[in-house]
Design a binder for this molecule. Structure first.
Ligand SMILES: NC(=O)c1ccc[n+]([C@@H]2O[C@H](COP(=O)([O-])OP(=O)(O)OC[C@H]3O[C@@H](n4cnc5c(N)ncnc54)[C@H](O)[C@@H]3O)[C@@H](O)[C@H]2O)c1
Length: 253
């Protein structure tokens, strides 16, 4: 099960954090992976890790918020790999700011990267996937996306962007089901990545959060990648338009 031999996958924001483990996990199941990021500094390191384990990968600089760049990098990747089967829309930013202080530019930047970026990549990917009548698009949202009981003080713009991803996922799933493309979202809980570390939660806030999570720990990036691999696989053929929360039980508590 979950064999991805002969599949071509593209991961955005793949140089570190969860993007890195998604790329490694997809490659470990046999996919050839295009590791993309706005910052390519550590990207080659991920490609080397994949190659060291016998996989195939290449690194590409791509800012998901810029349509022209998305179009040209997708063209390059499809030209080099011959096809595209799996897109993991993982790139994202989080900047904590009280709602009164969020500027219009900061609001727009959050939407451009977290929401518009996922749309631009999904749109371009689906055009290619439609040619092959097979595709998997996996959008990374968050538990903090609305109607879950998990708001984040200082994250009005972030939570709005993540809620938008879930609505977009449902609509794209309906539009592209006839094209053989399944579109799903994953809502991670609190996961140990550079983004989480940069948030520098005070100890009391971390303890209060852990008290709400039945498994009493934050998650490992690999625990989200397992869901990515499943949704990317043939075994997820009857799943589309859904959001899966991988959160240590947070939303159940
Ligand atoms: N860490 C968590 O607790 C958590 C929880 C829920 C959801 N998420 C989401 O998971 C995803 C991955 O987060 P992470 O925790 O691994 O974060 P991270 O900051 O470690 O990694 C994010 C990656 O996205 C890249 N990126 C930023 N802007 C970009 C742009 N414009 N174009 C292309 N790449 C860009 C960064 O360079 C970085 O490599 C994000 O969408 C995030 O919102 C994270």
């Amino acid at each position: 099960m979950f064999d991805l031999q002969n599949k071509i996958a593209l991961v955005t924001g793949g140089r570190r954090g969860m993007g890195r483990t998604h790329a490694l996990a997809l490659a470990s199941q046999g996919a050839k992976v295009a590791v993309t990021d706005v910052d390519v500094n550590d990207c080659e390191g991920v490609v080397e890790e994949i190659k060291a384990k016998g996989g195939q990968a290449a690194c590409f600089k791509m800012d998901v918020s810029k349509k022209e760049e998305v179009e040209s990098v997708f063209d390059e990747i499809i030209g080099q790999f011959g096809r595209l089967d799996i897109l993991v829309n993982n790139a994202g930013i989080y900047i904590s700011k009280p709602a009164f202080e969020i500027t219009e530019e900061e609001w727009d930047r959050m939407m451009d990267v977290n929401l518009k970026g996922q749309f631009l990549c999904a749109q371009r990917a689906a055009k290619e996937m439609a040619n092959n009548k097979w595709g998997r698009i996996i959008n990374i949202a968050s538990v903090a996306s609305g109607q879950t009981g998990v708001g984040i003080a200082g994250g009005a713009h972030y939570t709005a962007s993540k809620g938008g991803i879930i609505g977009m996922t449902e609509t794209l799933a309906i539009e592209w089901a006839p094209l053989g493309i399944n579109v799903n979202a994953i809502g991670p809980g609190a996961i140990d990545t550079p983004m989480m570390q940069a948030a520098q939660l005070p100890k009391e806030a971390m303890d209060a959060m852990l008290a709400r999570i039945p498994l009493r720990r934050i998650g490992k990036p690999e625990e989200i990648s397992a869901m990515v691999v499943f949704l990317a696989s043939e075994e997820a053929s009857y799943i589309t338009g859904a959001t899966f929360y991988v959160d240590g039980g947070w939303l159940a508590a």
